[in-house]
Ligand binder design. Sequence first.
Ligand code: DX5
Ligand code: ZN
Length: 219
Amino acid sequence: MKFKLAPSLLAADFWNLEKAILPAVEAGADVLHIDVMDGHFVPNLTMGPIVPKALAGKTDAILDVHLMVTNPENFITDFAKAGAHWISFHVEAATHAHRVSQQIRDAGCKPGIAINPGTPIAHLEAMIDHVDFVLLMSVNPGFGGQKFIEATYQRLAQLNALIEKSDNTPFIQVDGGVGVANIGRLYQAGVRCAVAGSSVFGKGDPGQAVRELLAEVEK
Ligand code: DX5
Ligand code: ZN
């Protein structure tokens, strides 16, 4: 799969969302990452289906909804209707993960399973065959702008090994603390979609930031 950069809207200027998003997409970001937090699974509140609904049809970018919520099954229909293309949910949050991934597929979206830095990779084993991607958290979810956790590289090796021995080949997405200093190494380690919040929207020019990040991957 061609590498995809996924700017996280959490770091964008909500006063000027269009001005933040369009240059990023024009510069080659294929995916827009939408962080949904419920104040329960994670200690923060963010956005609901009105955000993808506002973006749907306005760009060609893939709308990637990252559910950091308990009871993810309650939100799938609404996000799918709002225009989400990908929906990921946390292995730590789903009592019936297998059913949730099926629900996402039935709603017409690509299911992804997300995993926190403190959860053993082995917990994904039963789900690898039932998802289109794995979202490996490289920070503890809840906030943008945190420092990348270096142990992610070891976990990537474990995840690649798990995928290797399974029948399915979900792509790997990494989320948290991604920037020009590590995106190249992450790509080399098998990551095919990198989420980037502050490294895209935290500076003045999102388009330029996207070009710099993608240049690291193309090196
Ligand atoms: C963290 C979110 C991330 C976050 C990434 O809970 O899931 O998607 O927005 O932001 P940065 O790139 O600033 O770490
Ligand atoms: Zn995220």
